[in-house]
Design a protein around this ligand. Structure first.
Ligand SMILES: [Zn+2]
Length: 78
């Protein structure tokens, strides 16, 4: 699966393809042109795809709901 460089969606319209959505192509990265969609949110080594970000938000929501459910049960047991 390939996607256009994130600069394709910006003013540069770079048409180089990348393997992860939201990434800049190597050329734009080296030239420091534009920015990847994930830039500034996470260090480069931890950059997630947009799909991953959505998934981890779901997981986080589920985790919080589970935690509060457990807390409620503990309160009722007392
Ligand atoms: Zn590019």
């Amino acid at each position: 699966m390939t996607f256009y460089c994130s600069n394709y969606y910006g003013s540069i319209q770079c048409q180089t393809t990348v393997t992860r959505f939201g990434d800049r192509c190597k050329l734009c990265t080296v030239m420091r042109v534009g920015s990847s969609i994930s830039d500034g949110l996470l260090p480069d080594s931890m950059v997630h795809t947009a799909a991953d970000a959505a998934r981890s938000a779901e997981i986080e929501k589920f985790r919080r709901e589970t935690e509060s459910a457990i807390r409620k049960e503990v309160r009722m047991a007392k």
